[in-house]
Design a protein around this ligand. Structure first.
Ligand code: ADP
Ligand code: MG
Length: 675
């Protein structure tokens, strides 16, 4: 009799008691969990790499014998070294030195004559080839080691109290004992072949491994899509309030604009307008590059909600931005007698009358939590969504008063990520910026060119132009940040004297920040030394130079955002990226070549991986065990199509065959509600 996959591990005699807690920390409580605890990677232990005679940027996998170990101290550092020899090379082979710092427990794990498998990058230290802190595994006993050695061997994510070797044994046992046909496979119409589970851990050959991986990536992605698409479907099914408006207010605003709307803007407006008018909740993402004119699209939606008798609020991530939107809106709406209120944590004003009855409200995200003015919410617009957590968004959608929601982002998001992170939203895209803007020329330069660059800056400033000088945060710590900001500021003040130079950084109190920004906007400051606080939204058309120091520390998309601050007037603008290393030059050259934010985002995704793109760690992306958002992009799109098709044919997932699908969606919903 095979075990049901959800048997508690406690009840099995082949799981050592002391391991249970360590397993639980890895989220493993049943044999089914063990089977789904996928390897981080595999090592082909039938043929190892040759012992290296130089550096390598690729990690290599070696097998050798430990010849000699030494533990010593070097000042405060404790060093453990093991000299490992290639058995097959005999006296001709040169040994490899493995080295660990401050890891005294390693010396108890590695002893002479051990057979050892190593995984790491060889480095040259003087004339010696060294691996520092390699992953390693001692090969215990050859007879019983068939799952560890002489095969394609899985390396599982391990943890405190449990080694990859121990996990490998447990997974192997679980595969043998568990009724694998009882593990649900969700991808529609796929052949249910339980062999996929053993192949993903212990494949006979690489082809079998690849086939199993491809199949299980489908499963992984389909599970994500089923959850987000089911969420979208349920919001749509729940209905909502139609807010058709009359179009009167918007036509008045539109007629007062000195320019024509772009086709992209018009298309987005019409999609949003249709959503608002429909008797279901809008839950939409508006993506458009910096300067593509998203604010007017938002304003049109807000006026439509207002015309229908509701309040509409636009929320910005910072006070500076909120005030800027407020000013812009007042310029457009005051002449028409439409009231606008501003509400940030420190400010509350309105164009006339009490703020709580203004149909149009502008504020910071604080408004969401404590917005007495916002009594009758019909539409909530979130500007710069990427500064706003995924969790906050799901709270917003869960609000009982069920306002329509429009989130906007100027960070073009690669398609696979958008499908994952924003899979529950409908998406409108503004692909092109309005015509007639000054061109932005981007150039990557070596810091050796700085004298020329400074001369150029001085000349532009003498001509009345303004410049941003952006540098990366050197350190997260408050003291160091302020210190380095000051140092930069003093340096630039000297270099650009007598021009007025201002400083903004993240640690400046909000009112001082606003004050400096004000003076920059009014032209009383010629150059602004800044950290990324200027990243979003700030609009100073006369600023036409941006110098970015140590540019490679920023992501490509982030730089693209930054340079969106220039090129806002008719003037030709210059974005200069200072960078020393030639490899970094190559990476940055994407920015010289294109100004298409989506192209840049895709390049960023390839270079840096998904975690970094939306701001470190807070991406809100589910951790992926197998799939890769770059490599497997097509599978994600297909998973989405199939999830939609499934939800179309069986909206409630009520059919018996869809019980596992239903269970997955229910589990994710209760997880969300628990938040
Ligand atoms: P973003 O999409 O980055 O939020 P904004 O909405 O702030 O961009 O628009 C940037 C600038 O472009 C604003 O000054 C706005 O008035 C102007 N703008 C918007 N749409 C157009 C258009 N169709 N033609 C010309 N200028 C426009
Ligand atoms: Mg904007």
């Amino acid at each position: 009799m095979k075990l049901p996959p959800d048997t508690p591990l406690e009840s099995l005699d082949w799981v050592a008691r002391p391991k249970l807690a360590a397993l639980r920390r890895l989220g493993i409580a049943t044999p089914g969990d063990l089977v789904r605890h996928f390897p981080r990677r595999h090592e082909d232990r039938t043929k190892f790499d040759r012992f290296p005679d130089g550096e390598s940027d690729r990690a290599i996998c070696l097998c050798g014998v430990v010849r000699k170990t030494v533990a010593r101290r070097f000042g405060p550092r404790r060093i453990f070294e093991a000299r490992v020899e290639d058995e097959s090379a005999g006296v001709l082979g040169s040994p490899l030195l493995c080295r660990w710092f401050n890891s005294p427990w390693i010396s108890r794990m590695i002893v002479g004559d051990d057979r050892i498998v190593l995984f790491g990058k060889p480095r040259m230290r003087g004339t010696q080839v060294v691996m520092e802190h390699p992953e390693f595994e001692i090969i215990e006993d050859e007879a019983g080691s068939s799952i560890h050695f002489d095969r394609i061997t899985p390396v599982h994510p391990a943890g405190d109290g449990i080694s990859p070797t121990a996990l490998r044994e447990l997974v192997h046992r679980a595969l043998a004992e568990t009724d694998l046909s009882a593990l649900p496979l969700l991808w529609p119409d796929a052949e249910a072949d339980p062999r996929v589970w053993s192949d993903v851990h212990f494949p006979e050959n690489l082809a079998a491994l690849e086939a199993a991986l491809a199949r299980l990536v489908q499963e992984e992605f389909f599970a994500i899509q089923l959850v987000v698409r089911a969420r979208r479907a349920s919001v749509r099914r729940a209905g909502g309030i139609p807010r058709p408006g009359t179009g009167v207010l918007w036509s008045a605003v539109r007629d007062s604009l000195g320019f024509a709307l772009t086709p992209s803007q018009l298309e987005a407006m019409s999609e949003i307008s249709t959503d608002l008018a429909a008797p279901r909740r809008m839950n939409r993402l508006l993506q458009g590059d910096v300067g593509s004119g998203k604010t007017l699209v938002a304003l049109r939606a807000m006026l439509q909600a207002a015309e229908s008798g509701w309040q509409a609020a636009l929320m910005a991530p910072t006070q500076i931005l909120a005030e800027q939107h407020y000013r812009n809106f007042r310029n457009l709406l005051d002449p028409l007698g439409i009231r606008v209120a501003l509400r940030t944590s420190s400010l509350c004003e309105s164009s006339s009358g009490p703020p709580d009855s203004a149909p149009i409200i502008v504020g910071t995200h604080a408004l969401l939590y404590d917005g007495a003015e916002f009594q009758n919410p019909g539409l909530i617009v979130i500007d710069e969504q990427h500064k706003f957590g995924v969790l906050q968004r799901s709270r917003l959608i869960a609000r009982a008063d069920a306002p329509d929601v429009l989130v906007m982002t100027a960070t073009p998001i690669p398609r696979t990520i958008a499908q994952t992170l924003y899979g529950d939203l409908d998406v409108s895209l503004i692909r092109h910026r309005p015509p007639g803007r000054g061109r932005v020329v981007t150039a990557v330069r070596d810091p050796a060119k700085l004298p020329d660059i400074i001369a150029f800056l001085r000349k532009k400033i003498a001509d009345g132009r303004q410049a941003y000088i952006v540098y990366p945060l050197v350190d997260e710590s408050e003291k160091l940040e302020i210190k380095s900001a000051r140092a930069e500021f003093d340096r630039w003040r000297e270099l650009l004297a007598p021009a007025a130079v201002g400083l903004v950084h993240g640690r400046l109190p909000a009112d001082e920040k606003a004050e400096v920004m004000c003076r920059f906007r009014d032209g009383r400051i010629s150059a602004l030394v800044a950290t990324t606080v200027i990243e979003v939204g700030v609009d100073v058309p006369n600023a036409c130079i941006m110098l970015i120091e140590e540019a490679a520390r920023f992501g490509l998309s982030q730089i693209h955002q930054l340079r969106g601050r220039i090129g806002r007037g008719a003037e030709k603008s210059y974005c200069i990226l200072l960078q020393e290393s030639p490899e970094a030059h190559e990476k940055l050259s994407v920015l010289e070549a294109t100004s298409d934010g989506f192209e840049i985002a895709e390049a960023d995704l390839r270079i840096r991986g998904p975690g970094d793109i939306l701001g470190t760690n807070q991406s809100g992306l589910p951790p992926l065990a197998l799939g890769d958002l770059v490599r497997d992009a097509e599978i994600m799109s297909e998973a989405r199509r199939r999830a939609d098709a499934l939800l179309e044919t069986d909206p409630g997932l009520a059919r018996p065959a869809h019980a596992p699908h239903r269970a997955l969606v229910d589990a994710s919903t209760s997880l969300q509600a628990g938040n």
